[in-house]
Design a protein around this ligand. Structure first.
Ligand code: HEM
Ligand code: NAG
Ligand code: NAG
Length: 522
């Protein structure tokens, strides 16, 4: 009896202890949730060696996430937790609900080089310099007033584009659309900043000069390697050896780009200092004349030079790539191309070229561009966001200093969100007939301009450049696949990236009143 009570007591105590223990364990578990599913790899290097064996990285990551059947993954590269996301719900949690926590950027070699030591807006971590430069860009050059002020320059460049294509339509009609689109964007950006479209001497009406091609080539090289999963980015202790050559490549490309820009900038600063210039005519003039609260120059020459380089990186690749893909897809689906032409004929007519003031009426042309951003983003991932403290997202632990990479491609092709995700179908973006179409999606079901405090401040300029480029090409010309070849354009991506494998070459025939083109040629 006596022993029975004692053993009962002991059992009870044990049971209670067990309960507490499990409860405690559960609580503790709830306090630190697990990392997202993924791969940790080896100590120090993480999965870097495996990544190196599986290029391009975005295809490797996509396959891993498909195998794991997950829309969030954590892959350790070097010592960094890199979080990949293809779910719009999680993307909104990151960039809307927890925006403040994820407002920093990766401190990596390629970004440090591209921004000349974080002097600029896109690449700078969450610091005063970022705030300053973002303000300069957003309110100094991208404000509605400035957009209006720069209208004349934009309209000169869209005219020049039509002239450029028209001349080719007169010879054999074959147009390399990639060259036209990239040079349009390059010319536009140079015009807005420097008030001239070429760096070389003269030949304003000839083919793109050697200098412009060189400059563009530099810009695209930097874009390819910045945040390019290089050794210097994830294994900084190996940086000096530059084993993958990224450091050298970025440095050379920067030198190439700045060889053309910097002398222009130095010269202009001097003109202002010597009183030879009194009227502001372009973005460079604006940068030079910004003042701080003590009436001193707000920007140093180094800041201006770095910011102008960044401007080039920000403006050229997205619009040109979207329009190249859009036109290729439309040539393969003539119904879509027809419908866009009909809209333009109805709104604009055939005796003048489409203008920016027509854009509010051109919803169908806009969804054609938007659909290209969904299906064919120029980059697989968004610019990395970095967490400034530990947090939990979707039930997973995200440690401080993680790099968060929203997958532009994964979001845009997420089959939970998009029906027939691989089919180019602009109609899907028309919600109702009267709603205004925007290229940005703040709900992050696709990622064009992103959203939140690190979201793109260039939505208006970027959208205008893109839509005007597409609208002018399809209004001005009838497009078909080149004669004497397959009747369809081959819509494959390049091995290493997301551009079309081969530049789009298509056949163009003028479709407006001859007068429209003749006026441009004068
Ligand atoms: C179609 C054209 C464009 C597209 C699709 C685009 C897209 C983007 C994206 C995806 C980001 C990263 C957002 C994030 O980190 O969440 C970004 C950032 C940025 N973009 Fe654009 N962009 C375009 C045009 C422009 C233009 C014309 C400018 C003008 C200078 C510009 C300036 C910037 C800047 C300064 C940032 C960095 C913002 C920050 O880190 O605070 N972009 N853009
Ligand atoms: C870009 O500018 C160069 C130099 O003026 C010119 O030759 C070329 O035709 C322009 N390209 C386009 C597409 O406007
Ligand atoms: C700022 O300096 C310029 C000359 O550098 C002068 O013309 C202007 O009046 C000054 N403005 C203020 C508010 O002091």
């Amino acid at each position: 009896m006596e022993t029975g009570t004692t053993s009962f007591c002991i059992n009870l105590c044990l049971l209670l202890a067990l309960c507490f223990a499990t409860k405690w364990l559960c609580l503790k578990k709830r306090k630190t949730p697990p990392l997202p599913p993924g791969l940790m790899g080896y100590p120090i290097v993480g999965c870097f060696p495996e990544m190196m064996k599986n290029k391009p990285t975005f295809r490797w990551v996509q396959q891993l996430m498909q195998e794991m059947n997950t829309e969030i993954a954590c892959i350790r590269l070097g010592n960094t937790h890199v979080i990949f996301v293809t779910s719009p719900q999680l993307a909104r949690e990151l960039l809307r609900k927890q925006d403040v926590i994820f407002a920093s950027r990766a401190d990596v070699l390629s970004a440090r080089l591209a921004s000349n030591g974080y002097l600029t807006a896109i690449f700078s971590p969450n610091c005063d310099q970022w705030k300053k430069m973002r303000r300069v860009i957003a309110s100094g050059v991208l404000s509605p007033t400035m957009h209006q002020w720069l209208h004349n320059k934009r309209s000169k460049e869209v005219d020049h584009l039509v002239k450029y294509v028209f001349k080719q339509s007169l010879t054999n009609g074959l147009v390399n659309v990639r060259v036209a689109a990239q040079h349009y964007c390059g010319n536009m950006t140079r015009k807005l900043i420097f008030n001239k479209r070429f760096f070389g001497t003269g030949m304003e009406d000839g083919d793109p000069g050697m200098e412009e091609e060189d400059h563009l080539h530099g810009v695209f090289t930097i874009l390819k390697y910045v945040y390019g999963f290089g050794i210097g980015d994830y294994l900084p202790w190996l940086e000096v050896f530059d084993l993958d050559g990224h450091k050298r490549i970025i440095k050379d490309a920067l030198k190439k780009v700045r060889k053309y820009q910097d002398p222009e900038i130095d010269q202009r600063v001097e003109m202002w200092q010597q009183g030879m210039k009194k009227i502001q005519e372009d973005i460079l003039d604006v940068f030079i004349n910004l003042k701080d609260s003590n009436n001193n120059s707000l920007l140093s020459i180094e800041e201006i030079k770095a910011e102008i380089t960044e401007f080039m990186l920000a403006t050229i690749d997205n619009p040109s790539n979207a329009v190249e893909w859009a036109l290729a897809e439309m040539i393969n689906q003539p119904d879509i191309l027809d419908r866009a032409c009909k809209e333009l004929d109805q709104v604009v007519g055939k005796d003048r070229l489409v203008d920016e003031s027509d854009l509010p009426m051109l919803n169908y042309v806009k969804v054609c561009a938007k659909e290209a951003f969904r299906l064919h983003p120029v980059a697989a991932f968004n610019v990395p966001h970095v967490s400034i403290k530990d947090t939990t997202v979707g039930g997973y632990f995200i440690p401080k200093d993680s790099h968060v990479l929203l997958s532009r491609r994964g979001l845009g092709r997420n089959s939970r969100v998009w029906k027939d995700p691989l089919i180019y179908k602009p109609e899907r973006h028309i919600i109702n007939k009267d709603s205004k179409v925007l290229l940005v999606d703040h709900e992050l079901r696709m990622l064009s301009f992103s959203t939140g405090r690190r979201g793109c401040p260039g939505i208006v300029l970027g959208s205008t450049m893109t839509i005007m480029l597409l609208a002018r090409l399809i209004q001005g010309f009838s497009w078909t696949a080149p004669p004497n070849g397959p009747s369809n354009i081959d819509l494959v991506e390049s091995d290493g990236g997301l551009l079309m494998a081969k530049p789009l070459v298509a056949h163009a025939v003028a479709r407006l009143e001859p007068n429209v083109y003749l006026k441009l040629m004068q």
